[in-house]
Design a binder for this molecule. Structure first.
Ligand code: FCB
Length: 472
């Protein structure tokens, strides 16, 4: 006979339960789509860029359906919502005016004000990211993050965001997952600007994003200490594919330092230091040094976590930071081949983020998990029926990650909330509409939303502020 007993895991009283998304992946914003206002919107038009040939022209039609989706968030007992601003729709034209005279498009302001106000009316905390991978096309044409004007433009964007939405936003994030973006856009070439193995471009972008983050941080705060600003970092524990190989260990260490730490480390230090061996080259070394306003410009920690990465030394040319991501998996994987590895989440929360736990005044920074989720694969054409409503694997992923999150709280980490990626299925960048990250299924043809089992489970967890696990 098996011994079965239930454990109730309680979360702290003020713990925030929520969901996370980004504008391009859900909105289908009409002016953006019609006039191809962003680099991403244009990118989806290029042959072969999106694996399943889909695009984000409709996505979840969130722009039309947000009232219903807010209802859903409420019904699921959630109290936090994260999305990003559509920079391209807010600032659709290349500026002909002086920086001080720049404006946001009034209709787009109205939409976001309505969205945020309605969330607030339901007692839902609003988390907003300024840059979640999409640039206005006019800015991308000027070189995007490698353009000389980018920090000025980002500061204007931030100042206007504060002016129009400051009264409604609880937590700001300047940029989302800078290293994931830089890797995909400058090394792998899967995302705009589509450069490949352009390490100098990658490091120029690291520097300019840090500078732009600093400018936006201060513009968003506008001198008000109480305004909470950070950036969302993608944390990925790295491990060597072959534990016994000194070369695998070396590239693992190198990739981990750059991918996980270069942003938070530079922010706390107030400047950029180029890691070896790139620091041996003059054009890289010239990017080093202090960055104005950067030091400690991070009020809370925004942690995105999905999986770990196995790395191996690789001599193929051109080199991918002297190593490569292994295709091996030692644990079960999600639809995209990402290992389900809750131990890594524990490691991130209790060890990898340790150097960054205190703010400029020596206070403990609050930690929010701003993304965590599981993908299944279903073609965008599916509609009706009961496909994918039973998502046991997503439920298991959720439970196993919440169990270790609670352990991290018990170990003393100041974790204040968890935002699951994502409320609904959405457009997963170069992978298209096939990967489904939603607690709520979307059939793209008719846009019908249906709760998956994981939505019911998550809603119960949020209502009880507790999780029940069964030991067998
Ligand atoms: C993260 C991105 C987010 C989404 C999830 C699955 O890296 O921030 O936009 O695509 O992965």
């Amino acid at each position: 006979m098996t011994d079965t007993s239930a454990n109730i895991i309680k979360f702290p009283e003020d713990f925030l339960w929520g969901v996370s998304a980004s504008h391009f992946q859900i909105e289908g914003y009409p002016t953006e789509v019609e006039s191809r206002l962003s680099d991403w919107s244009r990118w989806t038009e290029e042959e072969g860029r999106i694996l399943d040939g889909s695009n984000a022209d409709r996505a979840c039609e969130f722009h039309k359906r947000y009232l219903d989706d807010i209802e859903l968030i409420g019904e699921l007992n959630l109290k936090a919502y994260r999305t990003s601003l559509n920079w391209a729709a807010l600032m659709p034209e290349a500026p002909g005016t002086a920086v001080s005279e720049r404006q946001f498009a009034p209709l787009v302001v109205e939409y976001y004000r309505d969205l945020f106000s309605r969330l607030k009316e339901k007692g839902i905390k609003v988390f907003v990211t300024l840059f979640h991978f999409c640039l206005p096309d006019w800015l991308a044409e000027e070189g995007g993050w490698t353009s000389e004007r980018i920090a000025d433009e980002f500061e204007v964007f931030a100042a206007l965001a504060r002016k129009h939405f400051g009264d409604l936003v609880d937590y700001w994030m300047t940029v989302n997952e800078p290293m994931a973006y830089i890797y995909q856009g400058y090394v792998a070439g899967n995302w705009p600007p589509g450069a490949s193995h352009d390490y100098l471009g990658a490091f120029v972008t690291i520097r300019s994003m840090l500078a732009a983050h600093a400018r936006a941080y201060h513009a968003l705060k506008g001198g008000d200490e109480a305004v909470q600003v950070s950036f969302a970092n993608h944390w990925r524990p790295f491990a060597p594919e072959r534990k016994w190989s000194p070369l695998d260990l070396m590239v693992t260490h190198y990739r981990e330092r750059v991918f996980n730490h270069i942003f938070p480390e530079s922010i706390d230090a107030g400047g950029l230091k180029i890691p070896a061996p790139l620091s041996g080259r003059k054009e890289f070394r010239e990017l080093e040094g202090e960055i104005a306003g950067l030091k400690k410009s991070m009020d809370f920690l925004a942690v995105n976590y999905y999986t770990r990465e196995l790395s191996r030394f690789d001599l193929s040319w051109p080199p991918d930071l002297f190593g490569t991501r292994s295709n091996r998996a030692d644990y079960p994987v999600n639809g995209l081949g990402w290992e389900v590895y809750p131990e890594g989440f524990y490691r991130v929360l209790t060890s990898d983020i340790n150097p960054y736990l205190t703010d400029i005044k020596g206070r403990q920074r609050p930690v929010f998990v701003t993304e965590n989720g599981f993908a299944t694969l279903f073609s965008p054409e599916l509609s009706g029926g009961d496909w994918s409503l039973s998502d046991r694997e997503r439920c298991d992923y959720l439970i196993s990650h919440l169990v270790v999150l609670k352990k991290a709280i018990e170990a003393g980490v100041n974790i204040k909330g968890y935002l699951h990626w994502s409320l609904t299925d959405n457009f997963e960048w170069s992978e298209g509409l096939t990967p489904r990250f939603g607690l709520v299924r979307v059939s793209y043809e008719d846009q019908v939303r249906k709760l998956r089992e994981s939505a019911e489970l998550y809603s119960k967890i949020a209502a009880a502020n507790a999780l029940e696990t069964i030991d067998r």
